[in-house]
Design a binder for this molecule. Structure first.
Ligand SMILES: C[S@@+](CC[C@H](N)C(=O)[O-])C[C@H]1O[C@@H](n2cnc3c(N)ncnc32)[C@H](O)[C@@H]1O
Length: 493
């Protein structure tokens, strides 16, 4: 089996060399490394003596279908019928060669055919819906507009591949795929999560701790996960899900293991259909504790918005130094630090730090108390959530500009209490909330929607933390949040 898989990988590598990077991106061609193909093949349940119809949609040079077929036959399947679907002409030709080789090596127990078609419009004569036992896939990924209704309505081609796979599977059939983690969070995929998880029961997850791990060769900086689902009408019922995690793409079998209930990962009580990924016993405990917190920004009467100043649109309004004309402070992401707001940065910062007072009112927020939160974090940063308070007393200017890479928390029709702002910033900067956020989102972007979903303690607790924040160190605040979570009660610290 190793031989065949390595050969398919070598052919994929040849294809890669023959195709321009832009073209590869357009086709979503990122080939699976052999170690991952073998691992995924091993995740497919083999039933001894069974005849298995196996589908590899977006097959490339065929590595996944071949690895799965070889593994199933080695584990006692009677026959495997492999259908490998590839749209791109040159790749399809290579796929045919790979499959011929696999047939020659694995013998008549393998029937394999390469179909040249668009997976999203696969004719029923090629693969009849509801007749496939197993789908193994590394689908392409790129955004798809709702106006293009091929394969479904979800916002990316990879989730449409997952939807197509679900339709083609028999009841009880399996889907094993390596996909970006992006569908686990955010508003865009909410509809997909809801409908897909109603029909498909999550059974197995593998998380890569490094964002580069899976497709290092192609420089793909995307957090990927391997998931295995089973088509079940009662998919939401709580069953066991095994979650493993590894740093890279090697030694996957020796990964850290955690056994969870499905409802710990996919909370059926939450209407936003979240998909959280705890990977350690500590994560699991944190999840259980955080779910006891009663609030969210909305229940506290708060809202989070994106800074209204988009620099290239407001170029005329921005200035490096306040000259004769009145100007207000302009706050960028770089000014937001966990240790507090750091403004101005002066010469070292090559961007304008003021916005003219004559700028349209909609670009400015009134002087007051706010929590500012960076919208992006870099890989190197220790924390994904980086917050600072913007306090009324900090500036004398009646209005402030907030740049678009900063989110700010405010109270519509009212004002935050300064202790409330300090308490919220301390929470967002805490080790535990950061960890919770990472379980909910694989992205380095911090979207307002994700923050709206964060569980928060009662208002009195937030104020209590805010009062402590004036004198306490970051470490002491971390410990206070820790204690709050453990206490799980709305008392002030
Ligand atoms: C991410 S690559 C994975 C290839 C292979 N399965 C592997 O694991 O190495 C996705 C493949 O899907 C093909 N593809 C993209 N869109 C497709 C579509 N709509 N229908 C069929 N194949 C498609 C691409 O040409 C590419 O070969």
């Amino acid at each position: 089996m190793i031989e065949l898989v390595e050969r398919a990988a070598a052919w994929a590598e040849e294809l890669r060399g023959e195709t321009a990077p832009a073209q590869r991106r357009r086709w979503g061609q990122y080939f699976t490394p052999p170690s991952i193909a073998r691992f995924m093949a091993g995740l497919c349940a083999a039933r001894h003596g069974a005849s298995i119809r196996l589908l590899d949609p977006g097959a490339g040079a065929g590595i996944l279908g071949i690895a799965a077929a070889a593994s199933l036959l080695a584990r006692g399947a009677q026959t495997v019928e492999l259908i490998a679907v590839e749209q791109q002409a040159r790749t399809h030709a290579r796929l045919e060669r790979s499959l011929a080789r696999a047939r020659a090596e694995l013998g008549p127990r393998l029937q394999a055919r390469a179909v040249r078609a668009d997976v999203l419009e696969l004719p029923a004569e090629q693969v009849a819906p509801g007749r496939v036992d197993l789908v193994i896939a590394n689908p392409p990924y790129f955004k798809m507009p709702p106006s293009d209704a091929r394969g479904g309505r979800s916002p990316n081609i990879y989730t449409r591949f997952m939807e197509v796979a679900a339709r083609l599977l028999k009841p009880d059939g399996e889907l094993c795929c390596i996909v970006p983690r992006s569908y686990a969070s955010g508003r865009y995929f909410e509809g997909f999560r809801r409908s897909f998880h109603a029909a498909m029961a999550l059974e197995r997850v593998h998380v890569f701790a490094s964002r580069r791990a899976a497709f290092r060769r192609d420089g793909v900086l995307q957090e990927n996960i391997i998931v295995r689902y089973r088509k079940r009408p009662s998919a939401r019922e709580s069953g066991a899900v095994l979650v493993t995690s590894s740093r890279g793409a090697e030694a996957l079998e020796a990964s850290a293991r955690l056994e969870l209930r499905r409802d710990e990962i996919l909370d059926p009580a939450d209407s936003s259909a979240p998909f959280l990924l705890p990977t350690s016993a500590a994560d699991r405990a944190l999840l259980a504790l955080a779910r006891r917190w009663p609030g969210t920004l909305a229940t506290l009467g708060l809202e989070i918005s994106t800074g209204p100043v988009i620099p290239f649109r407001a170029r005329e309004q921005l200035t490096r130094a306040p000259d004769q004309e009145a100007a207000y402070p302009l706050l960028w992401m770089q000014h937001v630090r966990a240790s507090g707001l750091c403004w101005p940065l002066g010469q070292a910062f090559r961007k304008p730090e003021y916005i003219r007072a004559s700028a349209p009112a909609k670009l400015l927020v009134p002087r007051g108390d706010y929590v500012l939160l960076r919208r992006l974090s870099s890989k190197e940063e220790r924390r994904r959530l980086i917050a600072a308070t913007l306090e009324r007393e900090r500036f004398t200017a009646p209005r402030i500009g907030i740049e678009n890479h900063v989110n700010f928390i405010h109270r519509p029709g009212g004002a935050l209490r300064v202790t409330e702002a300090r308490g919220l910033a301390a929470l967002l900067n805490s080790r535990l909330l950061d960890r919770y956020f990472r379980m909910a989102s694989g992205s380095t972007q911090v979207n307002a929607t994700d923050i709206r979903r964060l569980p928060l303690p009662a208002s009195a607790v937030i104020d209590g933390l805010g009062r402590r924040a004036v004198t306490a160190s970051a470490r002491e605040l971390d410990a206070a949040v820790d204690a709050l979570l453990r206490a799980g009660s709305p008392r002030a610290p």
